[in-house]
Design a protein around this ligand. Structure first.
Ligand code: SAM
Length: 240
């Protein structure tokens, strides 16, 4: 389903947009470290660890007994890099709770939308701190793009799938142990920097949390994500 090529695309874009992305990455790392301060220090779990671009790995490895990195694929370079930290483990999991396999197996035969409500990801036992790392608004994208190729679902049904995936993710994050980082809307600018559109990326209400911070992530200033337009994300971080 292109998870690996999509991940490689993240790294290529980071290299192209480094200056803008580094500002966003610093915001994410600072927020995670602040949020980590009030949590017990046995096990921290990271959902969507990928290239670890936006994760303060060294600091978390220093302050928690155990760091569990979860992704559908862990780049070889990252597995190599983590070897110097004795308390890091990699876990390969589908964070949707199994929808990748489910939709692969049902790619030619339509599934009841209501059945996807039963797919729930179970976080590792005894987790003290869980970080949802820029994944909430991403979780459905590859799955929905994949389903579109088979023309089984209407646009409205695909939206329902998207919404259900997001709801299930947010509902599984435990209170007082969570740090959520996500984009919530995208702003589209033309080449003269005129705002030409704003699209919401989430179909749910985010928790107010104990505290939060918003900023803009200049995701694509070189107009490679969309032809002739720049895409910037409005991002939020919430401790709850
Ligand atoms: C936008 S990236 C997050 C940024 C990431 N922290 C980094 O530095 O690369 C999203 C990550 O989520 C992973 N991912 C997407 N869907 C997933 C799923 N259903 N289960 C597990 N991981 C998933 C991707 O492989 C990717 O590494």
């Amino acid at each position: 389903m292109q998870f690996i090529s999509d991940q490689a695309g993240i790294m290529r874009r980071y290299i192209r947009e480094k200056q803008n992305w580094d500002i966003h990455i610093k915001e994410v790392k600072d927020f995670i470290l602040k949020s980590s301060k009030t949590k017990k220090k046995n096990k921290v779990v990271v959902l969507g660890s990928g290239w670890l671009l936006d994760l303060p790995l060294k600091e978390l490895s220093g302050s928690f007994k155990e760091v569990v990195l979860i992704d559908i694929y862990h780049p070889k370079q990252i597995q190599q890099k983590a070897k110097k930290f004795p308390n890091i483990t990699f876990q390969i999991d589908d964070i949707t709770g199994g929808l990748i396999d489910f939709f692969y197996n049902h790619r030619k035969q339509k599934a009841l939308i209501s059945t996807i409500e039963s797919f729930k990801y179970k976080i590792p036992e005894n987790t003290d701190f869980i970080i949802s790392l820029n994944i909430l608004c991403q979780l459905h994208i590859i799955l929905v793009d994949y389903l579109k190729k088979y023309n089984l679902y209407s646009d409205q049904e695909l939206k329902m799938i998207e919404k259900q995936i997001q709801l299930s993710h947010i509902n599984m994050l435990p209170q007082e142990k969570s740090c959520l980082i996500t984009d919530f809307e995208e702003e589209i600018y033309d080449s003269e920097n005129n705002l030409v559109g704003i699209n919401p990326l989430l179909h749910l209400d985010l928790p107010e949390g104990n505290y939060s911070k918003n900023w803009q992530w200049k995701f694509d200033s070189l107009m490679t994500y969309r032809p002739d337009a720049k895409t910037f994300f409005n991002t939020t971080a919430i401790d709850f």
